[in-house]
Write a protein that binds this ligand. Structure first.
Ligand code: E4P
Length: 217
């Protein structure tokens, strides 16, 4: 399972990269705005800065919602760095754009996916990644993990190569459950990754080991 971090914050990206388990980064316009990154040029520069920190794929989202606009923006984003994956929303024009990008060797991440039908369509269009937003489904009393399981089943039935990128991950149990179901990738905040290492028995065990060592040395 690959771990992506879902942020545009360079310090957090560096911290996750330093841990040695980071496989990529996802961003979105809201995450960029949160870091105060505004204006097309600054946003493009920021994507390059992120690519220079991590080794893996970096999702960069188009803003246009029409086919032509998405293609223009996506081609510009893909030109920035070979780690860039163009993030395209699951709308009708987006499906056409994903198909275009797939035919032209540009990798895509189909975002804002909330149903198995949408995921099937994204795979048919040749998306590299599909991003079901599990946290946002949980927010409206719908089981996000059930969607991951449904997509896994559908993709396995037909051997679709589109990777399931569990997005809108909010906490460590999301990560563990996505791993149990077989999501290919998860993207979440740094806390969802760091939460995996915490256990009180590890802390108390280590404390005891160190105290016992000191007694004999
Ligand atoms: C995915 O690529 C999105 O950036 C993200 O996971 C959305 O998460 P949120 O629902 O916590 O905003």
């Amino acid at each position: 399972m690959k771990f992506f971090i879902d942020t545009a914050n360079l310090d957090q990206i560096r911290e996750a990269q330093d841990l040695g388990v980071l496989d990529g980064v996802t961003t979105n316009p809201s995450l960029m705005a949160k870091e105060g990154i505004t204006g097309r040029n600054n946003i493009l520069k920021h994507y390059v800065a992120i690519c220079n920190i991590v080794d893996g794929d970096v999702s960069a989202e188009v803003i246009a919602t029409d086919f032509k606009g998405m293609v223009k923006e996506g081609e510009e984003l893909a030109e920035l760095h070979d780690q860039i994956v163009v993030k395209v929303p699951m709308i009708k024009e987006g499906v056409k754009a994903i198909k275009y990008f797939s035919d032209h060797g540009i990798r895509t991440n189909c975002t804002l996916v909330f149903s198995a039908g949408q995921a099937l369509l994204a795979a048919k269009a040749g998306a590299t990644y599909v991003s079901p937003f599990i946290g946002r489904l949980d927010d409206i009393s719908t089981d996000g993990l059930e969607l991951i399981a449904d997509i896994r089943l559908i993709y396995d039935n037909y051997g679709f190569e589109t990777k399931i990128l569990a997005a809108s991950v909010r906490h460590t149990m999301h990560v563990i459950n996505c791993a149990k179901i077989g999501a290919d990738v998860m993207t979440g905040p740094l806390s969802s990754i760091e939460g995996l290492l915490k256990h009180p028995l590890t802390d108390s065990g280590l404390k005891q080991f160190l105290e016992d060592y000191k007694k004999g040395n």
